[in-house]
Design a protein around this ligand. Structure first.
Ligand code: NOJ
Ligand code: CA
Length: 695
């Protein structure tokens, strides 16, 4: 009897250990970051649904979140899986940016691949790649080649992000078209994108649900910073994140196509974009991270020395102020040969490499307000008062490059038809960059700027650019997802509320806190063509009811704070005459050896110092929101034992973004790496410092 009991106990124990083992082997796995501070746990629930969790220093930051897909004509891929393989590999590489915030980028992570297989028919397979970095995590799905499934038509991706608290969030509405919204600062449970839908000036926005666009940045009650985005958006729909307030949960809501009735159509095999979470103890660490470009493939264009980072001026702000027009029939055409030459002369005299000319080509009389915009814009035919070849020739003589402009009016098929000839023309003329625009609702109806169809259109333009040695700066773009690593000719883009809003917005323009939020949200995705540098802050006499809501010193600081390899000095050139502060724009670099994020809090202030490539000079920019602030800056980032001639541009004592925005003091001094100084930034103010190595 006793023996029998003993044997049955042994049997039970044996079974438990067998089941235990197989359960452990088959049902969960994990990967930790190189330092071990971040861990991603992966499991299958009892019903075989894949779930993941993320911990930071032993604390859960993303709780049980499930993953899956729904399709047209196929059963959902959400449960009934078993793990048939898992493997971890470590990577550690350093790559060089041809231009960027820094020369060298370190890319170190551990990668876990989980191979999943449906136990029951149709027995499909799905792989998930997880990458654990010391400053964040990422994962993507792979639909491998398999029997019986040639293609999938995705109607929903159900990736969840289960938050562990009601975090403070900096968000814009989950808009399928544009990203030109002001950021909101609310608790997660107070996110209301629908209420933000009726936005003045944003005729083209489409916000179907309570969702947010990415990057969306959050701070936990414990002070940890999280930012959610995606990397390597290739042949797939852009991701917005649906807000579930009750569950403190976000879930992917892909941008769809009303015309095609699905979100994504792909043949197998393929991989989705990475879903990314930056994790940082301080806000500054978010900006310092290169997680997003790191998750993209290496440069596939090879030598791109044909493009040079540069500052530029242009025939542009004058249109937004109403001084001139794009359209020749208006009687005040801005893009004339003569006007372009004036800008070229100004650029040549002021250490500015480029001149943008908008409104040079035919089609503008049939732009905003017209539904039938197909076949209207012509990207090779100048208006009769603009001699393109002569302007380019004159620019060359003066050492100034012309920047091409293509407003597609969101008629991508018309643009596609002309892509080859238009880019070949630039190549013939020796023009190496183009600013594109996609203003309005996409034609055909039912497509959106961030759907798969448009993702592929923007990519074709980039590839055509690569073929003809043209770099692309897209406005109303597809969001940045780090593709600049693979296609360095994706130099910059808009995809946020730019400076232009201040000229025509009827809601008061961008508030002083706009850019102190942008630096920790939109800028995490990649370079921004914000077009700073307005000196005529009150926009008189052109726009009596509009103004820029920052001080002049804040405008200068943006050349350092906001990264882009092209930076516009956007004001009318006459507004730069006899302005001592313009010296900062003449001097400031656009291409950096290294970057130090010195301090910052999301939505409050940020200070960044960048060292220029080639010269070794440093530039520092600091901006604040509507609050006045004293910031102590330690110049210990400067090279040891070297002296720097500093020019400090700071807000005057009585400066204020509204009451006295142009009050600025300029001071010359010598600074070295043991200097510390305290500066006061005015409400809406800033600080800009150039630090030139003394010889
Ligand atoms: C929108 C761009 O953001 C703006 O900079 C440009 O002037 C207009 N489109 C015209 O293309
Ligand atoms: Ca725009």
């Amino acid at each position: 009897m006793i023996l029998k009991y003993y044997y049955s106990l042994l049997f039970v124990l044996l079974m438990i250990s067998i089941l235990g083992c197989s359960k452990q082997k088959a049902l969960n796995t994990n990967v930790s970051s190189p330092s071990g501070n971040i861990i991603i746990d992966f499991q299958l629930k009892d019903n075989g649904t894949p779930i993941y969790m993320v911990q930071h220093k032993g604390k859960t930051v993303i709780d049980t979140s499930s993953m899956g897909f729904e399709f047209q004509k196929q059963a959902p891929l959400v449960k009934g899986f078993e793990i048939i393989g898992d493997d971890i590999k470590s990577y550690n590489e350093t790559w060089e940016m041809p231009w960027g915030e820094q020369r060298e980028v370190s890319n170190q992570f551990n990668e876990l691949i989980v191979n999943l297989h449906e136990i029951e028919i149709p027995k499909r397979t799905l792989n998930i790649y997880f990458r654990a970095y010391d400053n964040g995590i990422a994962f993507r799905y792979e639909f491998p080649e398999q029997e019986g499934v040639k293609e999938v038509i995705i109607v929903d991706e159900n990736t969840q992000f289960n938050l562990t608290g009601d975090h403070t969030c900096w968000w814009i509405p989950g808009d399928w078209d544009i990203y030109e919204h002001l950021y909101n600062t609310t608790k997660f449970t107070e996110i209301d994108a629908i209420a933000k839908r009726d936005h003045p000036n944003l005729a083209q926005s489409h916000i179907p649900e309570n969702a947010v666009n990415t990057p969306v940045t959050m701070r936990t009650s414990g002070g940890l910073h999280l930012s959610f985005h995606e990397a390597n958006l290739t042949d797939y729909a852009g991701m917005t994140l649906k807000v579930n307030k009750e569950k403190l949960m976000m879930e992917t809501e892909l941008v769809g196509s009303d015309r095609l009735g699905y979100k994504v159509k792909r043949s197998l095999p393929f991989k989705t974009p990475w879903r990314t979470i930056q994790i940082s103890e301080d806000a500054a660490g978010l900006i310092a991270s290169k997680l997003i470009p790191n998750l993209n493939e290496p440069n596939k264009l090879g030598d791109v020395a044909w493009f040079k980072p540069m500052k530029y001026v242009g025939i542009w702000w004058e249109m937004h102020l109403g001084k001139s027009n794009w359209d020749m029939a208006s009687g005040k055409h801005g893009a004339t040969t003569e006007n372009a030459k004036t800008y070229i002369d100004f650029a040549a005299a002021n250490n500015i490499g480029g001149v943008l000319v908008e409104g040079w080509n035919t089609g503008w009389e049939h732009w905003i307000g017209f539904e039938d915009r197909e076949g209207i814009f012509d990207f090779v035919t100048p208006y009769p008062d603009y001699d393109l070849e002569e302007v380019v020739r004159y620019g060359k003589e003066k050492g100034v490059e012309i920047i091409m402009h293509h407003e597609t009016s969101a008629a991508p098929r018309t643009y596609d038809q002309q892509l080859d000839t238009a880019y070949a023309l630039m190549n013939n003329l020796g023009i190496h960059s183009v600013k594109t625009g996609y203003v309005g609702k996409i034609i055909p109806k039912g497509e959106y700027h961030h759907g798969q169809w448009m993702v592929n259109h923007y990519r074709r333009a980039l590839e055509m650019g690569a073929k003809y040695e043209v770099a692309v700066n897209a406005h109303e773009p597809i969001k940045a997802t780090g593709l600049r690593r693979t296609y360095p000719n994706a130099i910059s883009r808009e995809g946020l509320r730019g400076q232009e809003f201040n000229a025509w917005s009827i809601d008061g323009g961008n508030s002083p806190e706009h850019l102190p939020i942008v630096a920790f949200t939109r800028m995490l995705a990649g370079p921004i063509d914000f077009t700073p540098g307005v000196f005529n802050i009150k926009l008189n006499p052109y726009k009596k009811n509009n103004q820029i809501n920052t001080t002049l010193a804040h405008q200068l600081a943006l050349y350092v704070v906001i990264y882009s390899p092209i930076q516009m000095a956007c004001d009318l050139i006459e507004h730069y005459e006899n302005q001592p502060a313009f010296q900062f724009i003449r001097d400031v670099g656009v291409n950096w050896e290294q970057t130090k994020v010195i301090n910052g809090e999301v939505g409050d202030f940020v200070t960044i110092a960048r060292q220029e490539r080639e010269t070794g000079n440093w530039f520092l920019g600091s901006i604040t929101d509507e609050e006045q602030r004293s910031l102590k800056i330690d110049f210990n980032f400067l090279e040891y034992n070297k002296e720097y001639e500093a020019i400090i541009y700071h807000d005057g004592q009585d400066a204020h973004w509204n009451d006295n925005p142009t009050s600025i003091d300029i001071e010359k001094t010598v600074i070295n790496n043991s200097t510390t100084k305290t500066f006061t930034l005015a409400p809406g103010g800033g600080l800009a410092i150039s630090l030139k190595l003394k010889d």
